[in-house]
Design a protein around this ligand. Sequence first.
Ligand code: GZL
Length: 324
Amino acid sequence: MRTKRVLCVLCVMLLAVLSGCGKGGDEPKDTKLVLGFSQIGSESAWRIGNTKDIEEQAGAYGIGLMLENANQKKENQIAAIRRFIAYKVDVIAFSPVVEEGWENVLKEARDAGIPVILVDRDINTEEEGLTTCLIGADFYKEGVMAAEYLIRKVDSLGLTKVNIVEITGTQDSTPMRQRQAGFMDTIAGDDRMCVLESVDGDFLKSRGEECMRYFLGKYGDTIDVVFSHNDEMTIGALPEIEKAGLAPGKDIIIISIDGGQEAIDVLKQGKINCVVECTPKLGKALMETALKLKNGESVEAVIHPEEVAFTDEMDVSTIAPRGY
Ligand code: GZL
């Protein structure tokens, strides 16, 4: 029996070595560039689509990718960046879960001579120049597009007052701060718009459900509009609205952001009124920017993808498959 067990262990070790799964077996091999990327987590379809796109584009460009998932924790991202520095990658990229708290690790990367690219979200640091480029959406504009839709909708319905509840993304993250600012700045001065309350849904489906249950318990059927910072939280909120005997998309105007397939399908069912696009497909721009940095070429400070709003004002049957 003991001999059999020893043989099994030896086989497993041999397989691990052959498949490169042993220690150090995961590092990229002889590629033109090694890129270390710290991803926030897997909290939404958007995030999963973003990771998939980055992995696919790294393969397409022949770039060695060391991708680490931080499971929503800033400390995990900082630790990952330190590992990339120790490994002496050519370029570091990361999507910061929140805007503050990055100075020290970014100074370590600078001292190691490793350029850093921001993907998706931004940071807020005292010192300038700790990163080379930001590749990601114009979140403020997404908030503006959401509010502009609401103004058109209120005009078309001839409403004189609407009560709005807001389910925000992760507190202190760039998309949360800027989507909220863009939305609130655009409705400011419009006396018909009344924001009842904003609550942090952390971009999570489960929190979207909890936030909506809280709002309905407190405000009931006086709620006219839900502005949700991402599709995940929106999808979580809808069943709570229906349980309260209200029809989302009809009794309550539903405005969401991301533009994933699930939300577009619900838009087509008439249960969401507006989905502002936020593309997760940032991988191509990331690889091209990393290669430019490796080759000593200059890069743009900010790269914003083009984005649109999908709304019940259009023929939603024409919306192409979203791919995330
Ligand atoms: C936006 C991205 C946000 C998405 C959420 O670029 O940072 O994080 O809107 C995701 O779905 O969790």
